[in-house]
Design a protein around this ligand. Structure first.
Ligand code: PRX
Length: 638
């Protein structure tokens, strides 16, 4: 079966087939990939334990699909176009042949440093080609990568390294993001104080920031490559992996305090990311594709690295931010590299909208053919701006809904195939069976309904477990509703059967498309010496989508309240990272709690949203008076 549907009729036919004959459907899709050995069984599953196995018995290496199989046909075509943070610096192009060679070389470096199949490797790097090379080199030899976004703190890195007992870290001296220099190696040094499992650190040169290299532990990337060159660049055959062997761990926030390591496996993830990339974007050979995400998040894993490369695409890797040195940066990149497909986030669109149309003046965006959005609900205003000013009303917008746990896009228009509707992720991709349920797990049938979004049948890209704690995987995703995967999202299915994601229904915030657990932020705030307790909720934010609103009980704060606010923000930055910094901190004398001690977040959310007219029933509160105090305090903060 062709990976791409050819028309809306074809989509409907394919969808029906994928539901009636899911195993046949996925086996036919999987035929489009290169296997060292084909599977014995397509699917074995139950959502109870859960135990999900796709393509059991099959052998493969994802890097052969991303690199080797393209060498004869498109070996000299660009695989990666790297655009640096500073437009004055030259960009770099790596052809498929060059990328293949560099991945093999670095895979040998890993082996020379004692790394074997199954070892866990933490990667903390800026958005430079070496990041993609490091990721692929791990996959080449069957080591399991755990990429940590460059904006996380030393403490967050240490937690992640310890959780997976990583034995090697790959980092850079430093990185550039907009006007900022990020001292990556120094952050790693702080993290490693708590991580005895790490025996080696490989450091690539990027910023030329002075760093302390520890004898016996730290080595330079460039020196290690030279050693491989003096070995005569030995071949690095791809390790034969079972379809269900782990490919990577990626940590994401949930409603409890500790981020969990979502585990993806080799075969299913390869098939799912390759399939969805090809089909959703209707990728045509030669097209230049630019996804603005960071490889530190799932979008970067699936749709900068693995999906595009398995399909022989040219993928643009951008080191910087949309607004530096000015708000034309994206549009300059589109013009310079003649980008055909642009995949970005609503938060970036909203922030660029704020600069008006001047940054677009004189920019040639005529190469653009398809646009995509990911990470959070896209508001209609941003959708229309994207459509009119970037797409010139000629480019389909694919509003792709999915999650770290789903591995790839689940509900989305297919470019030029599915009729779109602003704000709607539209229809499930072939192979995906969404279902809406009410609080009690009862299916909401028919159209014009809203409820909690679940998926009732497995798909190859789904998570298999949470690293080191399978029970957590079961309770988080498979125990809320029997025999269903629960997404944590609320969703509306309109009269046409189109899906619109309305946002999280659990205690997870989506700040600029980044997932942040309220409990995690509360834990960090509570570390501050004068904080007694805190409650964190989201509030609507014009650019970030959601902002972080913290109610803090802090009886002995400095006489200078502003300074205490800054101290708390600094504490959160240190414990989690700057991405989780509260936008608003309100000091309160107590939190609204029920008699059993539960914080009534519903009330706090409403106050944070500025909607205090109807706070619902407050009679069950231990001290209803506290609500009035909080209301008055919040109004003062406006
Ligand atoms: O709430 C949904 C929102 O982002 C969550 C997943 O976050 P994460 O695992 O970090 O992955 C983000 C990139 C895939 C979802 O539970 N979300 C993601 N895409 C959309 C979205 N909400 C609305 N519309 C989307 N297109």
């Amino acid at each position: 079966m062709n990976l791409q549907v050819s028309s809306f009729e074809d989509y409907k036919k394919t969808y029906d087939y994928s539901v009636k004959e899911p195993e046949k459907f996925w086996a036919e899709i999987a035929e489009n990939f290169q296997w060292k050995k084909k599977w014995d069984t397509v699917l074995n599953w139950n959502f109870k334990e859960p135990a999900i196995k796709w393509f059991e018995g099959a052998k493969l290496n994802i890097t052969e699909n991303c690199l080797d199989r393209h060498l004869d046909t498109i070996g000299d075509k660009p695989a990666i176009i790297w655009e640096p943070n500073d437009p004055e610096e030259s960009h770099r192009v790596l052809t498929y042949k060059q990328l293949h060679d560099k991945v093999c070389q670095f895979a040998v470096v890993l082996k020379n440093n004692g790394i074997q199949k199954g070892d866990r490797i933490c990667i903390y790097m800026p958005m430079i080609p070496e990041l993609a090379i490091a990721v692929l080199a791990c996959a080449r030899i069957g080591a399991i990568h755990s990429v940590v976004f460059g904006g996380f703190s030393a403490q967050s890195i240490a937690d992640r390294i310890q959780d997976a007992s990583c034995n090697l870290v790959i980092t850079a001296d430093g990185g550039f993001r907009g006007g900022k220099d990020i001292p990556l190696k120094s952050v790693i040094d702080d993290a490693l104080v708590q991580c005895p499992s790490v025996k080696k650190v490989i450091v690539v040169t990027r910023s030329r920031t002075p760093v302390s290299m520890i004898k016996g532990r730290d080595v330079w990337w460039e020196d290690e490559i030279k050693k491989v060159e003096t070995m005569g660049n030995p071949e690095c055959p791809a390790e034969e992996m079972d379809a269900e062997d782990m490919l990577f761990i990626l940590y994401t926030s949930g409603s409890t305090g500790k981020p969990k390591g979502v585990v993806h496996t080799c075969g299913g993830y390869m098939v799912y990311t390759g399939y969805t990339f090809s089909n959703v974007f209707q990728y045509q050979p030669g097209e230049i594709y630019f996804c603005t995400a960071d490889i530190g998040w799932i979008t970067g894993h699936s749709y900068i690295v693995y999906g595009p490369l398995s399909q022989g695409a040219t993928t643009v890797l951008f080191e910087g931010v949309p607004t530096w040195p000015n708000a034309s940066r994206f549009w300059d990149i589109v013009e310079k590299h003649k980008v055909n497909i642009l995949y970005t986030a609503p938060t970036a669109i909203r922030s660029l909208m704020g600069f008006g149309l001047d940054p677009l003046k004189g920019k040639d965006l005529s190469s653009l053919k398809k646009l995509g959005s990911v990470g959070e609900p896209i508001n209609e205003e941003a959708w229309h701006w994207f459509d009119e000013h970037i797409g010139n009303k000629e480019c389909p917008i694919v509003d792709t809904w999915w999650q770290t746990e789903t591995g790839g896009i689940m509900i989305s228009p297919i470019a030029d195939v599915t009729p779109t509707k602003p704000g709607y992720a539209t229809l499930p991709l072939p192979g995906i069976q969404p279902i809406l349920v009410d609080e009690n797990g009862k299916e909401l049938e028919g159209n014009d309904v809203s409820g909690n979004l679940c998926i009732k049948f497995p798909w190859p890209g789904m998570l298999r477990t949470t690293y080191g704690d399978h029970e957590r995987c079961r309770t988080t995703y498979f125990a809320t509703y029997e025999n269903l995967y629960f997404t944590g999202d609320g969703c509306l299915r309109d009269a046409d059967g189109y899906y619109r994601i309305t946002g999280r229904v659990d205690d997870v915030l989506n700040v600029s498309g980044h997932r942040i657990g309220t409990a995690e932020v509360e834990n960090a705030i509570n570390m501050h010496s004068s904080v007694v307790e805190s409650a964190v909720v989201g509030f609507p934010h014009d650019i970030k989508g959601q902002g972080v609103y913290a109610y803090v009980v802090c009886p002995e704060h400095h006489s200078d309240e502003e300074l205490t606010r800054k101290d708390i923000i600094m504490t959160v930055s240190r414990i989690i990272g700057p991405i989780a910094k509260p936008d608003k901190i309100q000091f309160v004398s107590g939190l609204p709690k029920t008699r059993s001690g539960k914080i009534m977040r519903r009330i706090l959310r409403k106050i944070a949203e500025g909607d205090t007219s109807n706070l619902g029933d407050t009679s069950t509160l231990l001290d209803p008076g506290v609500v009035d105090e909080i209301k008055i305090g919040s109004e003062k903060m406006k």
